[in-house]
Design a protein around this ligand. Structure first.
Ligand code: PEP
Ligand code: MG
Length: 324
């Protein structure tokens, strides 16, 4: 880290015209977030829960999961920790849970698996709710939602886990629940989704992959994968305005949130917070601290006139360079 970046550690992520943009961490194993002092983030915007499932040879039980979630909740308390329910499938198959599919990214993945196996979902949600007893910083996030039925089924299971734990005598509480907006269908359902949840988190990695029909891990089409593609920008605009109607906050937790170039656009749109890998935090903070929201809005308007991602990128690079 350069001296200049280090100096930003304890300064707020605030634009030159006084607009605050909380910066959260994406993490998956608690140890990963220790090196970069946890104080510089506003909390955890995306806790990926797949890792403990991937490193074992069978499903971790409720107690083992609970210990894991407790650790991260305590480490960041009182700052919010957004724990995402299991998002296996796609590029993260479990060795002990056979899935042979021709198109795994279009297949059994995320809530599609856990709603077909409510015992897996319930065990995880019970572990998460129990881990938060005595704390107040938990938020729950649902991956890969593409229908309202999925959301309602998941909400029903969460309430069931909560009620059963209460009956068993645990002092659990209902956390805010949010959905990942990462399937194009969810963009068009934004009104119905926003109405039913407490917050929205945009997974630009999957949203880009699915909007552009480009496998995010396939080198042959890597050049077509572009978060600045006008279709992605328009989808983001639609998400933010749909959420606004219901007064819901929108966070972006895909790689885009950690890209200094994207900050102009996300700020201009009025995204409320950003969540990124620890390595991006200070670089993003530096950009936020050197621009105004007014300028970001202007940049966004110009970017929306562009007809391809390369032009958007050129525009943003020019702006970043002119800032020095
Ligand atoms: C995303 O899709 O942008 C995201 C944050 O989730 P993941 O990368 O874990 O699929
Ligand atoms: Mg995703």
């Amino acid at each position: 880290l350069t001296k200049e970046l280090k100096a930003l550690r304890h300064l707020p992520a605030e634009t030159t015209d006084g607009y605050q943009v909380p910066l959260y961490l994406n993490t998956g194993l608690v140890s990963e977030s220790r090196p970069l002092g946890i104080e510089e983030s506003a909390g955890v915007g995306l806790y990926r829960t797949e890792l403990p499932f991937l490193v074992r040879d069978s499903f971790p039980g409720e107690a083992a999961q609970m210990a894991n979630y407790r650790q991260v909740l305590e480490l960041f308390a009182p700052r919010p920790v957004t724990i995402r329910t299991l998002d296996i499938g796609g590029d993260k198959p479990l060795p002990y849970f056979p899935m042979k599919e021709g198109n795994p990214f279009l297949g059994w993945r995320g809530v599609r698996i856990t709603l077909d196996h409510p015992e897996i979902f319930l065990a995880q949600v019970r572990a998460i709710l129990r881990a938060a007893v005595g704390l107040d910083n938990l938020q729950l996030l649902l991956p890969m939602i593409s229908t309202i039925t999925e959301l309602e089924d998941a909400l029903q299971l969460i309430h069931r886990a909560h009620d059963e734990l209460r009956e068993e005598g645990y002092q659990v509480w209902m956390p805010p629940v949010g959905v990942m907006i990462e399937v194009p269908a969810a963009v068009y359902l934004i009104d119905s989704l926003a109405r039913r949840v407490d917050f929205l988190s945009v997974g630009t990695n999957d949203l880009t992959q699915y909007l552009l029909a480009v496998d995010r891990n396939n080198p042959h089409v890597a050049e077509l994968y572009d978060e600045f593609h006008p279709a992605v920008l328009r989808a983001l605009m639609q998400i933010v305005s749909g959420a606004r109607v219901h007064g819901r906050e929108v966070s972006v937790c895909g790689e885009m949130a950690g890209d200094p170039l994207a900050i102009f656009l996300l700020l201009g749109m009025g995204v409320h917070s950003l969540s990124m890998g620890a390595g991006s935090l200070l670089r993003v903070k530096r950009v936020i601290r050197s621009i105004s929201r007014t300028r970001a809005r202007e940049m966004l308007q110009t970017a929306l006139q562009c007809e391809d991602g390369a032009s958007v990128r050129r525009l943003l690079l020019g702006e970043l360079e002119s800032m020095g």
